[in-house]
Design a protein around this ligand. Structure first.
Ligand code: ATP
Length: 353
């Protein structure tokens, strides 16, 4: 069972509108990441799904049943939070079986389930250890095993990797994803880390200021951002402000071809985005060729980030192919392929660059 669905969910704290009109259908058996900058409302949304906060408006349903007002302990949702909140006085096995024992499961049966789960998270050898004797990554796996003990319908995690160092975090992302896929459990992970979301998720919900900006696969969100916020938040992008002219974009003297044509009336203010790896230093002349001057070169192994001054503004080009040694002050040509240009309406509160 899953079929978790949110309809017009809102949450206000006094004047603060933490979540505004969010409607989402979560993929059964999939992992969805709620991604966005600090304060965008992702934790509040997760807490409402968990039943730890009441929505100010809207409804939450599971398998067609309205659970909006169902208390957290009746939801059968597994949860892992930033601080794993394990019981320090219990050993690993008892931490995992605790909820089962409290719910009245016979001790032997609860212990057997704990063994099964510790096996799943590769901690069988640590069953008797105290929590204080574990590393951060091991604690996190105990928290995951504990959350899975009652075979939850939905698995919720809030920044589960934030206490771990960078290397361990990457390993745990892969481990958690593999475990989730093996179990096929509908999972929602809150994160502000786009790499974490890209590594683990089937589907990413990008949030800003309490709203959903876009929901889609990591690939769709990266390659087809629906607005400038998403293009900026996911991956890197060069931005340029201009106005539309015959489906193309005019920036000063330069008319840049875009494919498909920008569908706005002439003279509309737009913001154009180009990914650094899509701009080319030695591309075909398709009309979007610009003279450029190198202002900075950052060599990071397989990729060079080349900072350029061009007549339409500054940009960064990530070049993994040319191999040509470039120096500050070098003059060259840069090509922006017409189909690599994303065009978004420029809102009135976005000043022209
Ligand atoms: P972070 O990544 O920093 O945890 P977030 O995206 O999870 O941020 P929330 O914690 O959901 O954001 O907060 C959303 C907004 O609601 C913020 O402006 C926050 O200050 C506000 N907020 C959250 N909880 C409360 C509360 N209990 N009382 C008042 N305001 C709150």
């Amino acid at each position: 069972m899953a079929g978790l669905s949110l309809k017009y969910i809102r949450k206000s704290y006094g004047d603060v509108r933490a979540v505004e009109n969010v409607s989402l259908d979560f993929t059964d058996g999939g992992l969805t990441a709620l991604l966005g900058p600090s304060g965008c409302g992702k934790t509040t949304l997760l807490r409402m799904i968990a039943g730890l906060e009441d929505p100010s408006a809207g409804s939450i349903s599971l398998g067609g049943r309205d659970i909006t007002r169902l208390p957290a302990h009746k939801r059968k949702f597994g949860m892992v939070f930033q601080s794993f909140a394990l019981f320090p006085h219990l050993n690993v096995s008892d931490n995992v079986s605790y909820a089962l024992t409290i719910a009245g499961t016979p001790r032997g049966q609860a212990a057997a389930r704990a063994r099964e789960l510790l096996d799943l998270v590769q901690l069988s050898a640590f069953a008797e250890r105290r929590i204080g004797e574990l590393s951060g990554g091991q604690r996190q796996r105990v928290a995951i095993a504990r959350a899975l003990a009652q075979e939850p319908d939905v698995f919720l995690l809030d920044e589960p990797m934030s206490a771990l160092d960078a290397k361990l975090r990457e390993d745990m992302q892969v481990e958690l994803r593999q475990l989730q896929q093996r179990l096929g459990i509908t999972t929602i992970v809150v994160t502000h880390d786009q790499h974490e979301a890209m590594t683990m998720a089937d589907s990413i919900v990008v949030m800003s200021q309490g709203r959903v900006e876009q929901m889609g696969t990591p690939q769709a969100i990266y390659h087809h951002p629906e607005n400038a916020f998403v293009a900026d938040f996911i991956g890197k992008a060069n931005f340029f402000d201009g106005v539309t002219e015959g489906g193309n974009v005019r920036i000063g003297q330069h008319l840049l071809q875009v494919t498909p044509p920008a569908n706005f009336i002439d003279g509309s203010p737009v913001r154009m985005a180009v990914r650094p790896e899509k701009a080319m230093l030695a591309g075909a002349d398709d009309g979007n060729r610009l003279p450029a001057k190198v202002t900075f070169v950052r060599d990071v192994g397989p990729v060079q980030d080349i900072h350029l001054d061009t007549p339409i503004g500054r940009m960064i080009v990530s070049d993994s192919e040319s191999g040509q040694p470039l120096r500050v002050g070098d003059a060259l040509q840069v090509t922006l392929p017409a189909d690599a240009i994303h065009v978004f309406p420029r809102l009135s509160d976005q000043a022209a660059a």
